[in-house]
Design a protein around this ligand. Structure first.
Ligand code: SF4
Ligand code: SF4
Length: 199
């Protein structure tokens, strides 16, 4: 039986350069498709549909829609094991970070990033990356007081304004505020046991 061909009418030319807009993974086309990344990935070991080699192939071929719509691109947890073993020195975790930005631009995967929106905007406001809830705060204050410190870390006005300026100047504040839950599109399983799903 003839193997059906993938439809390529919608594929995007030069997608690797579009995704990797800051040229963080400029050697992507040196991928040997050896699969060492897959064999050493803890996520792929327990999730057969997750396949870094296939994802790289889709970036190189220009299959934007499968990439941005796929549930799988949200599975990587940046342990960098794939990068450690790659004979071509391909920094896959950095590629994955950029693929996710691309997905978010198309309103896919918002459910994975929206929980961080409130957290990050609060961090900007407080000039602290993490402020615990009331109970946790009470405990921190007790420990600090017992250690002879001020009960709560003081952040100077200068430090606060610099911290906020970094958020604003890098576009992070604008990016976070633009994340809109109502525009969310559902992600789907787009890969099956590391093989291409013919459509
Ligand atoms: S280990 Fe490196 S060269 Fe081999 S398939 Fe993965 S990314 Fe490509
Ligand atoms: S960084 Fe991601 S893809 Fe690479 S081994 Fe870790 S979980 Fe797997």
């Amino acid at each position: 039986m003839a193997v059906p061909r993938e439809s390529d009418t919608q594929w995007v030319q030069g997608l690797d350069r579009i995704v990797d807009r800051y040229n963080l993974v400029g050697n992507l086309d040196a991928c040997l498709t050896c699969g060492k990344c897959v064999g050493n990935c803890p996520v792929a070991a327990i999730t057969p549909s997750y396949n870094p080699r296939q994802i790289i192939r889709d970036v190189l071929m220009g299959n934007l829609s499968r990439l941005v719509q796929s549930e799988e691109i949200w599975r990587c947890f940046w342990c960098a094991n794939c990068y450690r073993v790659c004979p071509s020195d391909i920094h896959y975790p950095l590629l994955m970070m950029q693929i996710r930005y691309k997905a978010i631009e198309h309103n896919f995967g918002l459910k994975y990033v929206l929980p961080f929106k409130r957290f990050a905007l609060k961090a900007r406001e407080d000039a602290m990356t993490f402020v615990p809830g009331a109970k946790g705060k009470e405990r921190v204050m007790k420990i600090r007081s017992e250690a002879g410190m001020t009960p709560w870390p003081e952040v100077s006005d200068k430090a606060r304004s610099e911290y906020q300026a970094l958020f604003d100047l890098t576009g992070t504040t604008e990016w976070l505020e633009a994340l809109d839950e109502s525009k969310e599109k559902p992600v789907e399983f787009k890969y099956r046991e590391g093989r291409i799903i013919y459509e």
